[in-house]
Design a binder for this molecule. Structure first.
Ligand code: NAD
Length: 267
């Protein structure tokens, strides 16, 4: 298998200005894809993300702006990307979290978390998948979470959004299962479901668990509570699972949710 198996392909990774999304964009770039980058951030952070994807080996990398809370902006972004190059790989990775009890959850936070974590994937998928089916090749990988498979306290909208994206992915996998063939690669839709991954997203939770003690102690307590391996994942390790789903040999791997969680959901 050539390392550049995505040569000639184009990928969009939402939420790729930091964390897991940036690692996925770099991995797809290293496999030879052109990469469309999206996410929030200051100009400097965006430039650094684009140049890091280029230096990972991407044939081209460009930033496409869209606030994913806004369906109109998603439509414009998808049209702009399509003009640049039709999409073969779509990774919905953008996500937000707010951890408080259900009764204290601000209503606008509920709306925002559902919009970014779930509805944005509906919009990118509905706009990208018909073209993938026409060309006989497409890979959609949605970054869900262990919280798309099991629940925890104080994360109602996050968990609702992640269970939602697991369901959305299964529905789309069925609707597109017959597109293409083995030779063209088919159109597949899957979720990757990480446990604890070291990114900015979990810093507030590390701090809460540390409760004034060290960051390391915060991480140790979080792992002890949920993740049997007692090890966090690194963003690059999640990217590796995504890359595997994008390989041509994975044409029959569709409608699944793959936990990368140190045994969290095996309990
Ligand atoms: P992160 O905060 O580093 O990345 C989130 C990305 O989403 C950023 O690029 C951010 O700019 C983007 N984003 C947020 N709101 C947006 C908006 N309105 N419009 C456009 N982009 C927006 O966090 P991360 O840990 O890399 O999270 C990536 C994904 O992985 C999320 O979907 C998250 O739920 C999931 N996840 C993370 C963990 C973990 O432990 N870190 C575990 C399971 C699942």
């Amino acid at each position: 298998m050539s390392e550049k198996f995505l040569s000639g392909r184009t990928a969009l990774v939402t939420g790729s200005t930091s964390g897991i999304g940036l690692a996925i964009a770099r991995a797809l770039g290293a496999a030879g894809a052109r990469v469309a980058i999206n996410g929030l951030g200051e100009a400097g952070q965006i430039e650094a993300a684009v140049s890091s994807v280029r230096s990972a080996g991407a044939r081209d990398a460009r930033y496409f702006e869209a606030d994913l809370r806004q369906p109109g902006q998603i439509e414009q972004m998808m049209a702009d990307i399509n003009t640049w190059s039709p999409l073969d790989v779509l990774v919905n990775c953008a996500g937000v979290q707010h951890a408080v009890p259900l009764e204290d959850m601000p209503v606008d936070r509920w709306d925002m978390i559902l919009a970014v974590n779930l509805s944005s994937a509906f919009h990118t998928m509905r706009l990208a998948m018909p073209g993938m089916a026409e060309r006989g090749f497409g890979r959609v990988v949605n970054i869900a979470s262990v919280h798309g498979l099991v629940a925890s306290v104080n994360k109602a909208p996050y968990i609702a959004s992640k269970f939602g994206i697991v369901g959305l992915s299964k529905a789309a996998a069925l609707e597109y299962a017959r597109a293409g063939d083995r030779k063209s690669g088919g159109v597949t839709v899957n979720c990757v479901c990480p446990g604890w991954v070291e990114t900015a997203l979990i810093e507030p939770q590390i701090e809460a668990h540390a409760a004034g003690d060290s960051r390391e102690e915060g991480i140790r307590r979080m792992l002890a509570e949920k993740q049997p391996s007692q090890r966090t994942s690194m963003p690059e390790e999640i990217a590796d699972a995504v890359l595997w789903l994008c390989r041509p040999q994975s044409h029959n791997l569709t409608g699944t949710s793959i936990p990368v969680d140190g045994g969290w959901t095996a309990q």
